[in-house]
Design a protein around this ligand. Sequence first.
Ligand SMILES: N[C@@H](CCC(=O)N[C@@H](CS)C(=O)NCC(=O)O)C(=O)O
Length: 123
Amino acid sequence: MKIIRFILGRIILFLDWATSPSPITISEEERLRINTFTSSMVMYEFKACPFCVRVRRFMKRNNIVIPTKDARKNKDYAEELVSGGGKLQVPCLVIPIEGKSSEWLYESKDIINFLAKELGIKL
Ligand SMILES: N[C@@H](CCC(=O)N[C@@H](CS)C(=O)NCC(=O)O)C(=O)O
């Protein structure tokens, strides 16, 4: 099972690399706006998870830079994810909310919809 998952993971990473989307052209002002919005966010992921790939591709296409934490490779990250978000499932976007505890947003579709809505990106 582990070997099949490993091979599938390599295939996913290869296809992602081979068909990687180009970022759309935006102004420096727009880049600054996006970076300011995402500045304190972080995304938990597994490198070869297809749902994480989907979110990373959306981010790359739209010039969204969010640091990632690989919860498969790093046990501490996996523990952070479970204690913060409640379950070991990726992708999970951590959204800091002023004066409150952070929101831990699961589900690739919900993450993409959230970023698209907040940044005014048409899907
Ligand atoms: N519907 C979810 C599916 C996410 C999902 O199944 N992620 C898998 C990795 S591909 C996961 O976190 N599995 C937990 C584990 O392997 O421990 C989404 O679209 O984000």
